[in-house]
Design a protein around this ligand. Structure first.
Ligand code: SME
Length: 170
């Protein structure tokens, strides 16, 4: 059972360490991938403040398809050639965008989004998808959020069978 009482008293770094600890508890006690990734998006959304969207897109048949998330309904599919998510896949690198309106090809699923952080999910050189965080604030994300969301994806990498999620045939 995940309990979030008391997090409002923590500073950002304490919150993000707490988030990783809760995630470890979730992943080490549950085998089901849908349950694990659903609760991952819920944990992120509940603990990181000033977000309007947090969730996953997974590579299926050469494009990104919407996965588990928290927030308003979002675009079902994102082409790899487009958007901040596509850039994370193409460059195999985290995208920290302080103003999405200045990002060429940005896809506005929710017009409230002003900044975005996208971490690619990579194992053994294969990109399986992305973790995407959106904020209504400009410049919401810093190196701190980047560092911790990359750590979070590393943790998921230890537990999640991405092939099961994406059905990629290797
Ligand atoms: N803004 C993203 C699309 C996904 S939504 O934000 C949920 C992009 O430009 O790739």
């Amino acid at each position: 059972m995940i309990k979030l009482a008391g997090i409002e008293k923590m500073n950002d770094k304490q919150k993000y360490n707490f988030l990783l600890m809760q995630l470890e508890g979730q992943l080490s006690s549950e085998k089901d991938t849908l349950a694990n990734l659903s609760n991952t998006s819920a944990l992120i959304y509940a603990i990181i403040n000033k977000l309007n969207w947090a969730g996953f897109y997974f590579m299926k048949d050469g494009e990104l398809v919407l996965g588990m998330f928290q927030g308003l309904p979002a675009c079902n599919r994102v082409k790899v050639e487009k958007g901040v998510c596509g850039a994370a896949v193409r460059e195999m690198k985290t995208q920290l965008v302080s103003n999405v309106h200045e990002f060429p090809g940005h896809i506005a699923c929710d017009s409230a989004s002003n900044s975005e952080l996208v971490v690619p999910i990579i194992r053994d050189g294969v990109v399986y998808g992305v973790l995407d965080l959106d904020s209504p604030e400009l410049n919401r994300f810093t190196e701190l959020e980047k560092e911790y969301m990359e750590k979070l994806v590393e943790k998921l990498n230890k537990y999640i069978d991405w092939k099961e999620v994406t059905m990629i045939q290797l």
